[in-house]
Design a protein around this ligand. Structure first.
Ligand code: GLN
Length: 192
């Protein structure tokens, strides 16, 4: 089965480029029927409140929640992490709420909205990677079963909970493919 890339709003085309470089087939997901027979779903960066509203208006919100509770793996980047978060600490907005993390929107870079930094990871074979942060969300709390796979300045920026993976940064905006490969090879095929 191909991977699904949620293509309602945001930088979904960049995820498609990354999957193409990896040789992984994909399908853009815009309606509830697009979600049949996919191996996993990527939720891109963008504007999380818009993505959340569109998940509601397309009917995808309930369908994705249902599929994910039955095992559909999800990888969310930046806005995609916000959409996955169970709790937001300053605002409320429609979202999937499936991952046991609390997230603060736009919490990095008070003076500058965007920056790049080398971050250390626990992914086998990827000791460091270049993190692109764009008005990035910060994980301010997480349940113990959420595993930290990478940190920046001591805060988790890449986390996994079973078949859910979320990054504060944008692995789809660099030429690196390691985080997508990890999702495809480890999270999808070795989900507990
Ligand atoms: N700040 C955006 C939001 O809150 C996320 C930014 C991004 O995805 N680059 O939705």
């Amino acid at each position: 089965y191909p991977l699904g890339i949620l293509a309602l709003q945001g930088d979904f085309a960049k995820h498609a480029d990354t999957l193409s470089r990896l040789g992984v087939s994909y399908r853009f997901v815009r309606t509830a029927s697009d979600i049949e027979d996919i191996a996993g779903l990527i939720i891109p960066g963008g504007e999380s409140s818009t993505i959340g509203k569109m998940l509601v208006s397309t009917g995808l919100l309930d369908v994705v929640c249902d599929k994910t509770r039955k095992g559909l793996p999800i990888f969310g980047t930046c806005a995609g992490m916000i959409v996955l978060a169970r709790e937001l600490d300053q605002t409320e907005q429609p979202r999937l709420g499936l991952m046991d993390i609390t997230v603060r929107r736009n919490a990095y870079g008070r003076q500058i909205d965007s920056f790049e930094a080398d971050i250390e990871t626990k992914i086998p074979g990827i000791p460091t990677l270049r993190g692109v942060f764009i008005r990035a969300p910060k994980i301010v709390n997480k349940d113990p079963e959420v595993e930290t796979l990478a940190t920046f300045e001591g805060d988790p920026v890449l986390v996994r909970q079973g078949h859910l993976l979320a990054a504060s940064f944008h692995p789809e905006l660099t030429t690196e493919t390691g985080v997508h490969r990890f999702f495809y090879e480890n999270v999808i095929y070795h989900s507990p």
